[in-house]
Design a protein around this ligand. Structure first.
Ligand code: PHE
Length: 340
């Protein structure tokens, strides 16, 4: 029959075992393993202490406790070796009850929006062609968006850009009217205010138009404005630059066509169409900076000339990615977006 003595010794053994197993399961390096071995199996270790005290027990108890303690010693030595092997293999299991050898749950990886990808590709090409990238305000003054681009309040060309006006706030914007810019062209004026020719800048940014949406029109669009002003800049420079740009973004054999167009801030005004997979696509408006804009900025238009262009990034992204409805870009449907 087991005595009290014996069950006390067995309880001790159980306590040593659970302590030892718990501390082994959180040992995460060689140093921790070694100190565990010293604490449990070393000369003055917890299990060693029990093994030593067995001699003092009654003969019967000695047998029961002795057997259990020896079995435990072997088990713990095995557990130690196993733990060390797992650590060496980089496969630690059972940290705080978590099996870290299980395959992880994959995280969904984000990706760049197709319009962002297109924007980055466009800017990279333009930078290689020598344009510095600058940005301007999305909330603009009527003065820059229209008036100083030679589009006065009563000019019929204002119909080209249906505008989101911003309600005036007493005391804050005084008599000037503010709006969400309808194009990036106001940066032509802003940049000329603070910089002298030679000028070569690309201005990316969002523009807003208060208009009904359809497959090719959105109320928000992204543009890149180009402005190049120097002595002797000609329409041939405009065409050469845009053709090279088109070749780099659509492919080296891309054909381009300049068509006559009208914008109050350029003279002459043109539209550029590119032939992509057999179809002519209009991707931008452009022209020679109007001499009045150059003289208003304080430069002699006889000496300085320049070209400007404004391209729609979605118009470029659509053929590149085979998207036939511009509205898809901004509906935030992951089934659509995850394809790019
Ligand atoms: N700002 C014009 C638009 O939004 C495009 C343009 C830019 C035309 C520069 C000529 C020169 O339609």
């Amino acid at each position: 029959m087991p005595t009290n003595h014996d069950s006390l010794a067995l309880d001790n053994l159980a306590a040593v075992e659970s302590d030892a197993r718990r501390s082994l399961s959180v040992a995460e390096d060689e140093a921790a393993l070694e100190s565990w071995r010293t604490d449990v199996l070393g000369r003055s270790g917890t299990l060693t202490g029990i093994l030593r005290s067995i001699g003092a027990l009654d003969a019967d108890d000695r047998k029961i406790v002795g057997r259990r303690a020896n079995v435990l010693k072997n088990e713990l030595e095995e557990a130690f070796d196993e733990r060390r092997a797992l650590l060496a293999a980089g496969k630690i299991t059972d940290i705080a009850g978590v099996d870290v050898t299980l395959p992880g749950r994959p995280h969904r990886i984000g990706r760049l929006h197709p319009v962002t990808q297109t924007m980055r590709a466009v800017l990279e090409i333009l930078q290689r062609l020598g344009f510095a990238v600058i940005e301007g305000p999305e909330v603009e003054l009527d003065e820059y968006n229209f008036d100083r681009l030679r589009i006065p309040a009563d000019h019929p060309a204002r119909d080209m850009w249906d505008t989101f006006w911003i309600a005036e706030q007493e005391g804050r914007i005084a008599a000037r009217q503010t709006l969400l810019r309808t194009h990036t062209s106001p940066m032509q004026i802003r940049y000329l205010e603070g910089h002298e020719p030679p000028i070569r800048v690309a201005v990316p940014g969002r523009c807003y138009r208060y208009e009904a949406t359809d497959a090719t029109h959105e109320w928000m669009l992204q543009q890149v404005e180009l402005l190049a002003i120097d002595e002797g800049v000609s329409l041939a420079d405009l065409k050469g630059t845009l053709h090279e740009f088109a070749r780099q973004i659509f492919g080296s054999d891309t054909e381009v066509m300049l068509r006559n167009s009208y914008f109050p801030f350029v003279e002459p005004g043109v539209e550029l169409a590119v032939k992509f997979r057999g179809q002519w696509l209009e991707i931008l408006g452009a022209g020679m900076v109007h001499p009045e804009i150059i003289s208003a900025a304080g430069y002699d238009p006889e000496k300085y000339t320049g070209f400007a262009a404004g391209m729609g990034i979605e118009r470029i992204a659509m053929p590149l990615y085979g998207v036939d409805d511009i509205r898809n870009f901004y509906q935030n449907d992951l089934r659509f977006l995850s394809q790019f």
